[in-house]
Design a protein. Structure first.
Lengths: 113, 114
């Protein structure tokens, strides 16, 4: 089982719709969770972080965390063509001696006109 | 504020050669981490350096090594290159380290091994 799993997609949504991106993780002691966006040919950039159960909103983005289900998601409201990118879920786990940030393989989002 | 700078951006090597990649972090950032990105495996963690000390290491063979200098600049070296080492190598800098999850990535060095 991969440590961080994401559906590779592509996830296709029409402009103006809500895009829902999902991520599951295997280590129950993981403490913090991040979403990075990577445009084609570019490097990843951090867009959201979430540390406790529930929702965290930032503009059109909402991150949701459910530690009991080991599940984190990213909702993008009013999706725009400029949101078309690969979204990487990253999970931070403290191993006792060091922290380890593990990335999923990413979900490719396509926002269609 | 200047971003993370990686050099070279592109390079082609042949099997058996070695390669050194360089990364200059954002000014004031003491942590530099390295990742290998391939289409099938995604972002794989190589190692993290913080104030010249290797803080953490991923599951890569000993052919992959790195170091960090007193000015926080970092280099990674891959010896005895294999075809499977072809990838995008990303460097990320952070003020406090990967444990914060807040990484700033460079544009990457794309290595092709022939």
């Amino acid at each position: 089982q991969k440590e961080v799993e994401q559906n590779s997609g592509p996830l296709s949504v029409p402009e103006g719709a809500i895009a829902s991106l999902n991520c599951t993780y295997s280590d129950r002691v993981s403490q913090s969770f991040f979403w990075y966006r990577q445009y084609s040919g570019k490097s990843p950039e951090l867009i959201m972080s979430i540390y406790s159960n529930g929702d965290k909103e930032d503009g059109r983005f909402t991150a949701q965390l459910n530690k009991a289900s080991q599940y984190v998601s990213l909702l993008i409201r009013d999706s725009q063509p400029s949101d078309s990118a690969t979204y990487l879920c990253a999970v931070n786990t403290y191993t006792g001696t060091a922290s380890k940030l593990t990335f999923g393989t990413g979900t490719r989002l396509q926002v269609t006109l | 504020k200047a971003g993370v700078t990686q050099t070279p951006r592109y390079l082609i090597k042949t099997r058996g050669q070695q390669v050194t990649l360089s990364c200059s972090p954002i000014s004031g950032h003491r942590s530099v981490s390295w990742y290998q990105q391939t289409p099938g495996q995604g972002l794989q963690f190589l190692f993290e350096y913080f104030s010249e000390t290797q803080r953490n290491k991923g599951n890569f063979p000993g052919r992959f090594s790195g170091r960090q200098f007193s000015n926080s600049r970092s280099e990674m070296n891959v010896s005895t290159l294999e075809l499977g080492d072809s990838a995008l190598y990303l460097c990320a800098s952070s003020f406090a380290g990967t444990n914060t999850g807040e990484l700033f990535f460079g544009e990457g060095s794309r290595l092709t091994v022939l």
